[in-house]
Design a protein around this ligand. Sequence first.
Ligand SMILES: [Cu+2]
Length: 186
Amino acid sequence: MIRASALATVVLTAVSAVGAGPRHDGVTVDDTFRTRSGAAAVTYVPDAVPEGARVRVEERPGHGGGTRFVLRLQGLPAGRTFGAHAHRRACGPKPDDAGPHYQNVKDPVQPSVDPAYANPRNEVWLDLTTDAHGAARAETTVSWRVRPGEARSVVLHEHATDTRAGHAGTAGARLACVTVPFGAKG
Ligand SMILES: [Cu+2]
C-alpha cells in the first residue's frame, strides 16, 4: 500500500508520447529516513543511517534508450562507505522485504552472485562514501530502461559492493531502504 505522505514526495515530470509508446522524463523521490514501520524511507540500523537523514533518488531516462540514476544522502556519519542498489520490491518492515536486485537481464540462477549478471551494467549500483559533513552523492548510467513496476526501491548496505564470482552484488547487511517507483509511466 502506498501512503499519501509517500505519494506527496514523488514527482513525475513532464510526460510526452514519443515513438512507440508512452515515455516519462523521470522520477524524483525526496524523503527522510524513519524507523517507523511502513515509512517510505526506513532505517533498520539507526546507528549507521540515523532517523532524520535525507535521501534523494533520481531516475532520468535518456534519449538514446539509456537511463541515468543519481543518489544523494545527507545527515549520515562522516567518512562511511555504503553499498547501494536498486531492488525489485518496495521497502517494508523487514530488510529483506525489498527483495533481490533489479536486473536488466535476469540471472536464471538466484540468488544472483555471478558477475556476468550481478554487475553495474546489468544492475543499478550506487555505492557511495560520505564526506566530512555526512553527505554523499553517487551517479550511474546504464544502457537500458527499467521495466515499469519491476524496480521499486534503493537499499543501503553496510559496505561496498563485492564484484568477485560467488559474491558479486553482495554488500553486507541492509541498513536502510527508500521506496522509488522506477520506470513509472506518466
Ligand atoms: Cu542491494
